[in-house]
Design a protein around this ligand. Structure first.
Ligand code: TYD
Length: 138
């Protein structure tokens, strides 16, 4: 099941009285070859980014600022991950339904992706996702 592959990734943290510094360096800190980064910002507090899954895309989600919840489902189990620190990320494998909610005001969700943007890789209908999971789509 895809949820067993979900894990957090700790990034290096250089503590400094002038302000802490973390970094993501490929390939050391990522379980895939980095292809794209995008970020979600200016989300009104408490709003939700609706769900989808990907056939192939893997991603790591980081709360660069503020906090939010990433809710993941493999069609059977659902788990909620509260992200609130910039020095770790959440690895989301392919074929995982995910939505993000509970955004704090001024939060910034940074997403590192294994693929270029490809609408054909999206599964935007939850029932279709469950059908594909039942068929054993990986
Ligand atoms: P989408 O991934 O559907 O975000 P959400 O599920 O949170 O609403 O992306 C929203 C829109 O942005 C969609 O029309 C496609 C576009 N988009 C790109 O053009 N390139 C990208 O890398 C991403 C992530 C989205």
């Amino acid at each position: 099941m895809a949820l067993s592959k979900v894990h957090t990734i700790d990034f290096p943290k250089i503590e400094d009285p002038r302000g802490n510094l973390s970094f993501i360096q490929a390939p050391e800190q990522l379980p895939f070859k980095l292809c794209r980064a995008y970020w979600i910002y200016d989300v009104p507090g408490g709003k939700k980014r609706w769900g989808h899954a990907f056939h192939a895309q893997e991603e790591v989600i980081v709360a660069l600022s503020g906090s939010f919840d990433v809710v993941l489902s493999d069609g059977n189990d659902e788990r909620r991950y509260h992200l609130s620190r910039s020095y770790y990320g959440l690895y989301v494998p392919p074929m995982t339904w995910r939505y993000i909610d509970n955004f704090s005001t001024n939060s910034l969700a940074y997403v590192l992706s294994s693929t270029l943007y490809d609408e054909a890789d999206y599964i935007r209908d939850y029932d279709e996702f469950c059908r594909l999971v039942a068929q054993g789509d990986k």
